[in-house]
Structure formats: C-alpha cells, structure tokens
Design a protein. Structure first.
Length: 96
C-alpha cells in the first residue's frame, strides 16, 4: 500500500557544519523498484516553528515547498508525514 510507520524518540537540535542549530529532523533514504537512485529527504516537525524558521537547510528551500517536509501533529507524540514521489506537492528531495 505504500504506507509505513515507525516509533522513535523525537530528536533534538543538532549543529550544522557551520555551528548554527538545525531544527529537529529525521533523515530518510527512499528506495523502491523503478527508482534507479535512492532519494534523500528529511522530516521536520510542524510544531517546531521557531526552530524550523532558523534552520539553515529549510532557509534554502522555496517557502512554497517547505510544507512538503513538515510532519503534522495528529495527537500527543504522533505525527503524519506523507512522502510524495511526484505530482502535486511532490516532496523535496536533496541532491546528496
């Protein structure tokens, strides 16, 4: 069905290479049949607005597309994050 779920501890702030703080995030590498190369993306937390606003990676992304990287809270400690491989609201993928 293409659905996934996992349980983890919400990460904290980590330093960027230049010492600035990165907002809490989780990195994903998406691989699937028909995709010749793995796709790299990140999940940021929609309820971390202050940290997200100053994140050095999110600042480089078109503001109209940042929402594709934000997991939205559904209940206490539960978030929904959709990865879209193409089409409307395609998730931002990174060239790493």
């Amino acid at each position: 069905t293409g659905e996934f779920s996992f349980t983890t501890v919400k990460p904290g702030v980590v330093p960027f290479v230049d010492g600035r703080d990165q907002a809490p995030h989780i990195t994903f590498w998406v691989v699937a049949r028909g995709i010749n190369t793995g796709l790299h993306t990140r999940l940021y937390f929609g309820d971390e607005s202050q940290a997200n606003a100053s994140d050095p990676i999110l600042q480089r992304i078109d503001p109209m597309r940042v929402g594709t990287l934000l997991a939205q809270p559904e209940s206490d400690g539960v978030y929904r994050f959709n990865i879209r491989l193409q089409g409307d609201n395609e998730t931002v993928f990174f060239d790493i």
